[in-house]
Design a binder for this molecule. Sequence first.
Ligand code: ADP
Length: 256
Amino acid sequence: MITAKDVSWRYGAKPVIDGVTVEARPGRVLGLIGPNGSGKTTLLRLLHGALRSPTGAVAVDGDPLTGLSPRESARRMAVVVQESGGETSLTVAEMVLLGRGPHLSTFQRTGADDHEIAARCLARVGATHLAARPFAGLSGGERQRVLIARALAQQATHLLLDEPTNHLDIRYQHEILGLVRGLATCSIVVLHDLNLAARYCDDLALLSGGDIVAAGMAGEVLDPAVLEPVYGIGIRRVDLDGETHLLFQPLEEAPA
Ligand code: ADP
């Protein structure tokens, strides 16, 4: 479980996250949704400690994040941020193996178990065939899958992902989020696509202007009356065979 109480962040004089309280529960997927610039990435960074809130507190399974060593933090939380690792000369297999780092002692080298775990994680994201390729030479979507494999190899109890479906084609958008949904971890995912959020998140927090304006079970938050004023677009919700689908229409085109 990850809990943030009254966290905030400002860039210069501009408050970007303004006294936010949020909870990600064990075994569930929490989606952070909201328009561009609403503060999703900043909140995710506060939750995994890349930014330290000057107010309030973040705790992982009840332990304050500020009290965890980097190694302990990495054992508990695996993070996939956008566009990381592009400059490296490592191969894909070596990149995924880095995920085992938090489980090794200072001078310990990776062993057969670590290689096996890394290979299994690469297979889970459908990227076994890329193992020998230089990571830097991959396409955006291939990189994204490898970074997710590295996070899985970390075998942390919490997984935080910033727009993991960016660069992925439709098949892998669903495969990766289905994979995340199937994990026993507590997961937090920044998502742009509200239909993917509907399908793969248990809970949602909707951000607008640095505040959480709605939070709860996905089915409750994905209410057109809640979403329309935040996104400024007409939204129709259709529940079909137990799945929620949202249809969008620019407001000026909406029938009178
Ligand atoms: P989102 O992920 O919802 O698009 P962000 O958390 O990336 O939102 O950004 C929230 C606000 O903070 C935006 O107005 C953005 O321009 C601003 N911002 C983000 N990063 C920086 C930065 N490094 N310096 C200054 N402003 C920033």
